[in-house]
Design a protein around this ligand. Structure first.
Ligand code: PMP
Length: 435
């Protein structure tokens, strides 16, 4: 007789009858690792609890936004107070000015910013603006980078598209896909060649300045500065998609870390503190083209939603007084310890890290682009994922995602994680399990 289904299993079965694949975003379905997703009941700090009452140390952190951890008291308080004042007005509020000011202060390349409701919407709008500003149509992106699911950006994309192993998506008109060129990440020579061939038709290069949707892949020295130089010379725009890296790698995001000034920046995740938000901003002459100041149309009923903005403002207020260096060092120590236990068990791994995000690739060669990320052993990642889950550590249910450490993760969480990793690597190596 098979065991009674867990509450998660029962909910997943009910969900599958009503929601495509049982989930509202593909990677959540666990297709990349097998098994069934856990339905979550609640979370606090670094810990997340499912509907069956199991508690896990969470390294997904809602895919990045929760750098303060779950249900941070100050964020929850700000959300409750904002909600009590009214959830949406469809009219401007003071909080939006405050959030715009914070973003502009942290990111000097952002002189003006427009709030939207998701990263997808922000990327799609920035691309429209880049095309309008340059009068050109061709867009350059990089294999394995993900910029949301808008038609022109779903070519050779990372994240769920990579997890499902599909090159693009049916429903994207071929004429639209043809305007997008996707090149290998970190390959500045291929960018130069493309610009030589058709630079005058290129509106923009869009890039994750540290890629995080094929797993974490940092930029090679000279890659980002090369992009800046090539785009400037050709009259094309450089768009940094900092949906993940913004306020994650430091208040100034990747652009401050690498000292590059993009023309446009896309934000999301952390600036909404776990509520739905996105933003795009940049040079004020470009942003002045957006309606109603200019002719490029973009709008949203819930854009700048007061509850999301309150969560974002409070999150950034806390971050302004937080120690990014400490978060960085804690993550480094965690990664070093797990790496050591993988080598001790003879399990070949490559660990890519940028600040408080990292990925463990099961491979012997360095991972510098999508091709090398795909050569890593995703089946072994899936086995590792389940070994860790069994020991109550919740990693991303896909080999092509980042693990996120939050400011709520404490020494005891790291201890438990490192112990679980040691046992998991031992299990992977086929050694008898430690007691
Ligand atoms: N850009 C990047 C770099 C992302 O990681 C994501 C989502 N993970 C997006 C854009 C899309 O954001 P959203 O899911 O809010 O639409």
């Amino acid at each position: 007789m098979s065991p009674a289904p867990t509450h998660s299993q029962a909910l997943f079965e009910a969900a599958r009858a009503l929601i495509p694949g049982g989930v509202n975003s593909p990677v959540r379905a666990f297709l990349g690792v097998g098994g069934e997703p856990r339905f979550i009941a609640r979370a606090k700090g670094a810990r997340i609890t499912d509907v069956d009452g199991y508690t896990f140390i969470d390294y997904v952190c809602s895919w990045g936004p929760l750098i303060l951890g779950h249900a941070h008291p100050r964020v929850i308080d700000a959300v409750q107070r904002a909600a009590a004042r009214g959830t949406s007005f469809g009219a401007p509020t003071a909080g939006e000015v405050e959030l715009a000011r914070r973003i502009a202060a942290a990111l000097p390349s952002v002189e003006k910013v427009r709030l939207v409701s998701s990263g997808t919407e922000a990327a799609m709008s920035a691309v429209r603006l880049a095309r309008a500003a340059t009068g050109r149509d061709v867009l350059v992106k990089f294999d394995g980078c993900y910029h949301g699911h808008a038609d022109s950006l779903l070519v050779e994309a990372g994240s769920g598209v990579a997890t499902l192993g599909i090159p693009g998506s049916p429903g994207v008109p071929e004429a639209t896909a043809r305007l997008t060129r996707s090149l290998p990440y970190n390959d500045i020579d291929s960018v130069r060649r493309l610009f030589q061939a058709e630079g005058s038709a290129i509106a923009a290069v869009i890039v994750e300045p540290v890629a995080a949707n094929m797993g974490v892949v940092p930029p090679a020295p000279g890659f980002l500065s090369g992009l800046r130089e090539v785009t400037r010379a050709a009259g094309a725009l450089l768009i940094f998609d900092e949906v993940i890296t913004g306020f994650r790698l430091g208040l100034g995001g990747a652009q401050a870390l690498y000292g590059i000034r993009p023309d446009l920046t896309i934000l999301g995740k952390i600036i909404g503190g776990g509520l739905p938000i996105g933003a795009y901003g940049g040079r004020s002459d470009l942003m002045a083209m957006i309606a109603p100041e200019g002719p490029v149309y973009q709008a949203g009923t819930l854009s700048g939603n007061p509850v999301a903005v309150a969560a974002g403002n409070e999150t950034l207020r806390v971050l302004e007084r937080s120690d990014y260096d400490l978060l960085d060092k804690r993550t480094e120590a965690l990664v070093e310890r797990m790496k050591a236990s993988a080598s001790a068990e003879g399990v070949p791994t490559v660990w890519n890290r940028a600040g408080s995000m990292f990925t463990c690739f099961f491979t012997e060669e360095g991972v510098t682009d999508y091709a090398s990320a795909k050569r890593a052993d995703a089946k072994r990642y899936a086995a590792f994922f389940h070994e860790m889950l069994k020991r109550r550590i919740y990693l991303a249910p896909s080999a092509f995602e980042a693990a996120f450490v939050s400011l709520a993760h404490e020494e005891r969480d790291f201890e438990q994680t490192v112990k679980a990793a040691a046992k998991s690597f031992r299990a992977l190596a086929g050694s008898p399990e430690a007691p």
